[in-house]
Design a protein around this ligand. Structure first.
Ligand code: SF4
Length: 375
């Protein structure tokens, strides 16, 4: 078995890294064969593609969306094979929501998520024990909420401990629910989504603390835990954390009519300086519905920004950052690995099948279903 992820990775899969060399097929030939094989296997295979995938992969997706949309889509599918062009935790979620006879395939097993890897189960267990004992001393309840960008073992933790999962589309709704269940919130792994959403909902910055798993007891005292309303995990997305307040300032100085819209995984300063913030679906809808001639500087992954610029040539759409804000793990899913997945299915020998073990799946599903039920 390849050592692909941290200790969270309990998912069962084989260790096949596909190989279709450039000597065997050029990039152009890969696309031609993919078109043919997809048509041939159309009754057996459905392809899901996350918005951050490269265009040559998205072209072959039957459904595109953000994590929430793709999770909902996966739950409705009936074809035996689902090829998930996204990252590992998304394929795990799809496996949990599909039937026992369906197989979920991740074209490249190395497609992980650096943010998801910032919270590991043993650290969460340790933190939880510390927080629970502090909170119980003052007779309060703490509710754990995990962003969907995490391993199945963390979703299972939340399911077992009365919490729920959230996405960037529904974080506000889920946090509101969490505050109806208890007085305090533990939010992981993305501190920025937690901070930005809670602040928007009226929680003061002085009511939030950050738990850093690399420090003893997260670097917090029992008194700080007792006083805090929200405990944020020290995790972040390296792609979205790359945007800066200075970039917003420069764009606005150059042309005040440019609308700066960013993802809530960006830091607090950036979200506060921007004109608007929201999930990838929110950003897409905003741009789609804006009148011709509108100008946007967008703070999210570059593949999505470039695709939007291409789809709406009557609007000016640029990246907020002058640097390429690419999710390198999403980028690992290349058309030739997608083709290798198709070829293996054709030979009745599927590769890179993601299977969440039953003992993890059951509590994870509890947390997922809780999320889907919260209106
Ligand atoms: S963009 Fe960030 S959060 Fe999304 S998959 Fe890539 S590393 Fe993870």
């Amino acid at each position: 078995m390849l050592d692909l992820f941290n200790e969270n990775n309990v998912t069962n899969h084989d260790d096949h890294v596909p190989t279709i060399s450039e000597a065997e097929l050029s990039d152009a030939e890969v696309l031609v064969e993919l078109t043919k094989i997809k048509e041939e296997l159309k009754d057996q295979v459905v392809v899901l593609g996350h918005h951050y995938q490269q265009d040559d992969v998205i072209t072959f997706a039957d459904y595109t969306g953000d994590s929430l949309q793709l999770a909902r889509e996966a739950a409705k599918l009936s074809k035996p094979y689902i090829i998930f062009c996204g990252v590992h935790f998304m394929a795990e979620t799809a496996d949990m929501l599909t039937g026992p006879d369906q197989k979920v395939i991740l074209p490249d097993l190395r497609a992980g998520c650096s943010m998801a890897d910032m919270a590991v189960r043993s650290d969460i267990d340790h933190a939880w024990k510390f927080m629970k004992s502090a909170v119980s001393e003052i007779g309060e309840t703490i509710v754990p909420i995990t962003y969907i960008n995490c391993a199945a073992t963390l979703k299972a933790f939340v399911g077992d401990n009365g919490g729920a999962i959230c996405t960037s589309s529904n974080a506000e709704k889920i946090i509101k629910w969490a505050f109806s269940q208890g007085q305090k919130l533990l939010f992981f792994p993305d501190q920025h989504l937690g901070r930005n959403t809670c602040f928007k909902m009226g929680v003061g910055l002085d009511e939030m603390v950050v738990y850093n798993p690399k420090l003893t007891n997260g670097g917090l005292t029992i008194e700080q835990i007792k006083k805090a309303k929200v405990i944020l995990w020290y995790g972040y997305c390296s792609v979205h954390q790359g945007f800066t307040r200075d970039q917003v300032k420069k764009v606005k100085e150059k042309d005040p009519s440019v609308h700066v819209i960013v993802h809530p995984e960006c830091s607090f300063d950036v979200v506060q300086a921007a004109d608007d913030a929201g999930s990838t679906s929110y950003i897409i809808e905003k741009i789609k519905n804006a009148p011709a001639g509108s100008k946007f500087a967008v703070g999210t992954e570059i593949n999505l920004v470039n695709r939007l610029a291409h789809e709406y040539p009557d609007k000016t759409i640029t990246s907020l950052s002058p640097y390429q804000c690419l999710c390198t793990t999403m980028y690992r899913v290349r058309p030739r690995w997608l083709l290798a997945s198709f070829r293996a299915i054709k030979q009745n020998s599927p590769i890179n099948v993601i299977t969440v073990p039953e003992e993890v799946k059951a509590p994870s599903l509890t947390a997922l279903e809780r999320m889907l039920a919260i209106k």
